[in-house]
Design a protein around this ligand. Structure first.
Ligand code: GLC
Length: 671
């Protein structure tokens, strides 16, 4: 779907910028296709002939290929030899689905990505990925200068594009654990399942702190509180990259992280994705100073070397053209010396009247690497014309390329052994039991117990443990896809058996059968012999703007609502109001449940647990207690969201941030 969306966008862009026919993805076209400006008698030929001369010269690799030299010396020695074309090629990041290894040889791209769901044409196994990634990386080494390729993916909860990898709980669940050490371990394990395929970069973690759960990306964020986001973001980065200053930092078992999306994405009006933060620049600067900048200073202190700019705008100005935020704040005041990458085709949303103007705006604002996934030839042509006609200072190009080369040298890419023994060993460990156990621990620790009322002489959860004939209701009890949520195998995620894993009901069966009888019903029908009910409900998968909701549409899935209604009727019809009913919510955010609260004797928020659903059974039936706490203020109705942080809002709040119970019903200590 995402790829289709993008192809449509590509055709629109081509129409808009008059780029003529879609650029032929392949060997470099001679001269411009006349797309952006009329072909002019320009010095391009001279430049090209000069470039042609240089292009034919053998590179002097004596310094930049010497790992004993310091990074800055290697950067300058390489930069000094680069033609304008070679520099610009380092600044563009095509989508792997739209290029060939011949394109990599011909252009020498700095980076390539797999967008959400963009698997190799051959297949979606770890081996297929390793083959494709390393084919493109090998091609890059055949260019004149042999600058290694940086390959990026959205490994946001494990190496989630790839079939058979371990899918961890999304960040909203990891924040609920309160356990930054665990998150660091998850980052390290996920890094190995990424590096196993030759991929060196993840576009993670997201450092937003959502103020409005109508936003479709709420589940990608650890907390509404920027200080919590700072703690967890730094931990994840440490796991992905290794500890700065140690041998492990950016070694062959670790990957580059990416602090995203810079900055303030959780404050858009009504939580609209890519929307506008309705503040003046002065008010926004004050908001950043109040703490919203802290996750990024923590990330920089943790040695993050890439930052991705956000789609949204502030006071109507898109972040991707906001020089004040990128150049003055991030690169200036915060002193960031790594690379800044744009988001997916994001400069095509800028205020410039033509694509060429948008390219200029992005470069002048301080973006170094452009994720212009299908229009990369237009990007290269526009950028070259801007420099050659004198409307863009080549010093800006040099700064961008310095940063890209610096990160590549720091990450050891020039010394990388493609498909080496470490990679092969990690490949054999993809989806390992060790990693699954880690994910299962995260599921356990993320569960938030919201209520556990008495049923007779016991609490509901005690009664459940003693039950002999348990009914599990709801389609989400056996839906791995809903458990994993968005960014799983496909960009949007989907319901069903999307990858290898354990559903919630399979986990329960593993722990209680054959001693207990366990049956399942999607509609919420109970049987006369049942003495306990577990009902699983919530949201079906979504991603980015696809997850944006209005006040009216922020709700559990309609099928689940009907199932809960039927369950109520069935219990009444069977005269079984005395058996414990345990509700388990599978959703990417707090959803309206107040209307159903009294129907549950116990209620658990399980978030989006990922592939290791048995973590739920571990706490329901095993020796583990509940430790999870809410990182978000949970309101009674969506209409209460806008006011939830205002003074005197108590009557709008269902569960406050930090809320969570243990099985004895005691309130857990807040974060
Ligand atoms: C998406 C997201 C960003 C992701 C990028 C590459 O649109 O905004 O988080 O890293 O594109 O897939």
């Amino acid at each position: 779907m995402k790829r289709l969306d993008k192809m449509i966008a590509l055709l629109l862009v081509l129409a808009l910028v008059g780029c003529g026919s879609a650029p032929q993805q392949g060997a470099p076209q001679e001269g411009s296709s006349g797309a952006v400006q009329d072909q002019q008698e320009n010095p391009a030929e001279d430049t090209q002939s000069q470039a042609g001369d240089v292009q034919s010269q053998a590179a002097d690799k004596s310094v930049y290929m010497d790992a004993g030299q310091d990074v800055e010396a290697r950067v300058e020695a390489l930069l000094a030899q680069m033609t304008l074309e070679e520099k610009l090629a380092q600044m563009v990041q095509p989508e792997q689905a739209g290029i060939t290894s011949d394109d990599v040889r011909a252009y020498g791209f700095g980076s390539v990505l797999s967008g959400g769901g963009s698997a190799p044409a051959k297949g979606n196994s770890p081996e297929d990925w390793q083959e494709r990634v390393n084919e493109l990386k090998a091609a890059a080494l055949e260019t004149r200068l042999g600058i290694p390729l940086l390959y990026g993916v959205d490994a946001v909860h494990g190496n989630n594009n790839v079939y058979g990898t371990v899918i961890y709980p999304h960040n909203i669940a990891l924040g609920a654990t309160g356990d930054t050490k665990l998150v660091e371990r998850i980052g390290a394990a996920a890094a190995e399942e990424v590096r196993a395929m030759g991929i060196q970069w993840t576009f993670a973690p997201t450092l937003g702190n959502p103020q409005n759960e109508r936003w479709g990306r709420t589940y990608e964020c650890f907390s509404e509180d920027p200080e919590e986001v700072a703690r967890f973001g730094a931990a994840y980065i440490r796991g992905f990259q290794g500890e700065p200053g140690t041998e492990q930092y950016l070694d062959e078992r670790h990957i580059l992280a990416c602090a995203k999306h810079f900055i303030g994405e959780g404050y858009t009006a009504d939580g609209v994705n890519q929307g506008d933060v309705a503040m003046t620049p002065e008010e926004f600067d004050a908001l950043l100073e109040s703490g919203v900048i802290d996750p990024y200073t923590a990330a920089l202190n943790e040695g993050v070397r890439t930052v991705m700019v956000s789609f949204h705008s502030v006071d109507g100005v898109k972040c991707h053209e906001n020089r004040h935020l990128i150049r003055d704040l991030l690169k200036g005041k915060l002193g960031f010396t790594g690379l800044v990458v744009s988001d997916y085709n994001a400069i095509q949303q800028l205020s410039g009247a033509t694509y060429k103007e948008q390219v200029r705006q992005g470069i002048e604002a301080g973006i170094d690497l452009f994720m212009e996934v299908y229009v990369w030839q237009d990007f290269l042509r526009c950028a070259r014309e801007l420099v050659e006609e004198g409307s863009l200072d080549e010093a800006l190009i040099d700064d961008a390329v310095r940063r890209i080369l610096r990160v590549k040298f720091e990450a050891g890419l020039f010394e990388e052994e493609i498909g080496g023994s470490a990679e092969q060993e990690m490949l054999s460990n993809v989806g390992s039991e060790e990693h699954r156990e880690l994910a299962r621990q995260a599921v356990r620790e993320s569960l938030v117990l919201l209520k556990n009322d008495s049923v007779g002489e016991k609490t509901a959860l005690e009664a459940l443990r003693e039950a002999e004939n348990i009914r599990v209701c709801g389609q989400k009890a056996y839906d791995l896809g809903s458990q994993c949520g968005g960014w799983t195998i496909t960009w949007e995620g989907r319901t069903g058996a999307v990858t290898r894993g354990t559903t919630i009901i399979e986990g329960i069966a593993n722990q209680v059968m054959p001693e207990k009888t366990l049956t399942h019903d999607v509609q919420g029908e109970v049987l006369p012999e049942n003495d306990a009910v577990i009902v699983v409900f919530g949201e079906t998968p979504y991603v980015e703007s696809g997850g944006d909701r209005t006040e009216a549409s922020l709700a559990m899935a309609e099928g689940d609502r009907q199932m809960l209604e039927h369950l109520k009727e069935s219990l009444a019809g069977q005269g079984k109001q005395d058996i414990p009913v345990i509700g388990i919510i599978v959703a990417g955010r707090p959803i309206p449940v107040e209307a159903y609260l009294e129907d549950f004797d116990a209620l658990i928020m399980a978030w989006l647990p990922g592939t290791e659903g048995e973590g739920v059974a571990d706490v329901l039936f095993g020796e583990y207690d509940f430790t999870g706490r809410l990182q978000y203020t949970w309101v009674k109705t969506p209409a209460d969201i806008a006011e939830k942080f205002n003074e005197g809002n108590a009557d709008r709040i269902l569960f406050e941030k930090g809320y969570g119970l243990n099985r004895s019903g005691e309130r857990l200590e807040s974060f």
